[in-house]
Design a protein around this ligand. Structure first.
Ligand code: PHE
Length: 333
């Protein structure tokens, strides 16, 4: 079975680098998903990432109640290349899809890059505010993550969190948690990010110590795949909830977490703030207050998934996947 609507792999006509656009589903509406620019050992690794991440976007949009499917762009950024040419190539491929897929920022890209993609297509979110877009999506993603964390552990003051990854989203989540009076353990692979810990008066540890810190909630906020069969037995948190996409190294890891009594909040629900915020501002023309209310709604969505999982005796991962499948199937028929 081929689960994707279509997958395009193209040598960029202007840049020469591999441009991959995976459209997983358009059952609920035009597919959404960011443009990831990253060095991969081989273009096939980029393809695999695009396939997995686009499927996760379908689940994300379906569970967020958005009239959108999932997709993802990967620019295989290995070796020297012309960045703007590669972004224009992304725009060219997206334009050829005629509106079936819209992109936005992701790991390795930001609002300025969306402007460059926008030279070739209008199917792009999060161009800079000065250029008429909704700008940086990380504040919305961070706000949605904090709403999810409230659903996981109730009041934030006095709770402890280990935030792994202090990029655009992770650093904002850490700041919001510090402002709410939470206790923080922080880490990033980049030692320069230690300044965030200093600024917030938080403990700074190595990524491995962060992963296994004795806290209420582990908050993965960097790249995917951190929760492996080897890591789960070493965890000392009560719950895991963070904005990193595709945290589970494989589907069986959800069962391992469940067996250890660790509550896992599906990242497809936790990380939906970016798409909720960008589509709210740019397509639905919602006011900031309406967007904030929608972001807070992530808490209720998550509580619903936990309740379904409990009632049906399945993991939150299984409950989330089943609900997303149900919504997509209902739209198809
Ligand atoms: N990186 C975002 C995500 O994973 C993608 C995105 C953001 C797409 C904003 C559109 C608008 O959800």
């Amino acid at each position: 079975m081929f689960p994707h609507d279509r997958v395009i792999v193209r040598r960029g006509p202007e840049s020469g680098v591999p441009i991959i656009v995976a459209v997983h589903s358009t059952a609920l509406g035009p597919a959404l998903g960011g443009c990831r620019m990253k060095a991969y050992p081989d273009w096939r690794d980029g393809l695999e990432d695009a396939l997995r991440l686009s499927a996760a976007m379908s689940e994300k949009c379906a569970l967020a109640g958005l009239p959108h499917g999932g997709g993802k762009t990967v620019v295989v950024a290995t070796g020297a290349f012309d960045r703007d040419a590669a972004l224009r190539d992304v725009g060219t491929v997206i334009e050829e899809l005629g509106g079936a897929y819209w992109t936005g920022p992701d790991v390795g890209t930001g609002p300025a890059d969306m402007l460059t993609i926008g030279e070739r297509t209008r199917h792009v979110f999060c161009r800079p505010v000065a250029a008429g877009g909704s700008g940086d999506s990380s504040p919305a993603t961070a706000a949605g993550t904090v709403a999810a964390l409230r659903a996981v552990c109730g009041d934030l003051p006095g709770r402890s969190f280990a935030v792994l990854g202090l990029g655009h989203v992770g650093a904002r989540v850490a700041r919001l948690l510090a402002e709410a009076g939470a206790k923080l353990v922080l880490s990033d692979v980049d030692p320069a990010r230690r300044e965030v810990a200093g600024e917030l008066g938080a403990d700074w540890v190595t990524p491995d110590e962060c992963l296994t810190a004795p806290v209420d909630v582990l908050v993965p906020a960097a790249l995917g795949g951190v929760l492996t069969a080897e890591v789960v037995p070493r965890l000392r948190c009560a719950a895991v909830a963070g904005p990193a996409n595709n945290q589970l190294a494989g589907p069986a890891v959800a069962d391992l977490l469940h067996e250890r009594g660790i509550l896992w909040a599906p990242d497809s629900v936790v990380s939906a703030g970016g798409v909720i915020g960008a589509t709210g501002a740019e397509l639905r023309h919602e006011s900031p207050a309406e967007v904030t209310a929608r972001l807070d709604g992530i808490a209720a969505t998550l509580t619903g998934i936990f309740a379904t999982a409990e009632r049906e005796g399945v993991t939150p991962a299984a409950a989330a996947a089943a609900e997303a499948r149900r919504r997509m199937a209902a739209a198809r028929s």
